[in-house]
Design a protein around this ligand. Sequence first.
Ligand code: NDP
Ligand code: GDR
Length: 339
Amino acid sequence: MTKRALITGITGQDGSYLAEFLLAKGYEVHGLIRRASTFNTTRIDHLYVDPHESEAKLFLHYGDITDGSRLVTLLAQVRPDEVYHLAAQSHVRVSFDEPEYTGDTTGLGTIRLLEAIRMIGLQCRFYQASSSEMFGAAAPPQNEETPFYPRSPYGAAKVYSYWVARNYREAYGLFAVNGILFNHESPRRGETFVTRKITRSVARIKAGLETELYLGNLDAVRDWGYAPEFVEAMWLMLQQDDPRDYVVATGSAYSVRDFVQFAFDHASLDWEKHVRFDERYLRPTEVDALIGDSSVAKSALGWQAEVHTPDLARIMVDADLKALETEGSPWVHRAWAHD
Ligand code: NDP
Ligand code: GDR
């Protein structure tokens, strides 16, 4: 029997890799997409198959995680075996500007989806995209037992989602798991997250299109892994006999400054000649250090990271250099105020 999955957030970095992964495993994949006035499916366009020409396995449906009744009609129509809930306002800095909206999408969006599952009596497995940001100010290394101490509206909304996913597991016996994923990046990473902002800028500086890169806190420490590997861990969590929560991380620690150095070095550039400080990229409360201990994922899922931060930086710089070669007209894209 072909398995059917529904992915919310399919147009995002993780959603696109997960869709690819599940299609390769033979799944029928359904994705929730937002109606927008411009195309927002660039990360998954390569997966599209014209249903008139051959048998399609990927289906996209309009909807929004703030629209509870739509989630009911969609789940009733698709009846997925596995639901991967990735949709969220996912930018920590932006969550300080839009705290209420972030609470509505990143927090309440999860209960809307869980309620929709419960209301239609759907038997499915549920993955919640939890985050290392829930640990916030808790000292590293962080694992499944570390108490949460979120430092942003985003982190607080994810803590809410974590607990409602657990509650539906305990209250209604839903196979619901929280994947507590540490930062993971790729050439498909949104352009305003720090790694991609850096690697994209390195490529543009190398090509002579710009000379300066403005950043905020270079001292923050993160445990950056490679997104295609992390989506496999999501799938593995839903294939186990029993639901539980898992930390997924590489276990290594590098500062933003380290990442800058890896990226500029790879393009034979001296970062100190190009990187400038701009306080607008600081956050009202910062998360100083996130370093994950994913020994449970290793023993229970057989999962461990292969790509670590220095290689990741090189993969991303190479991809951004290549993208510039094929981009055509080299418009100078300026980042908006709060990336
Ligand atoms: P992205 O920001 O790349 O993607 C977010 C997705 O959510 C996009 O598809 C976006 O759609 C969709 N979305 C946003 N708001 C809504 C809404 N109101 N209704 C429906 N869809 C919406 O995130 P990532 O792929 O990086 O992350 C996936 C999930 O994992 C997120 O929940 C994130 O918070 C979480 N996470 C990410 C980590 C990381 O390091 N990447 C680490 C830990 C957790 P659109 O394309 O239209 O904007
Ligand atoms: P993060 O990712 O907040 O960890 O959340 P981000 O790349 O935005 O920031 C990482 C660190 O870099 C510092 N920083 C800057 N960040 C941005 N965006 N822009 C800058 O110019 C800049 N300069 C320094 C930040 O202060 C921070 O310390 C990501 C998201 O994917 C979340 O959805 C996810 O849950 C967590 O990772 C785990």
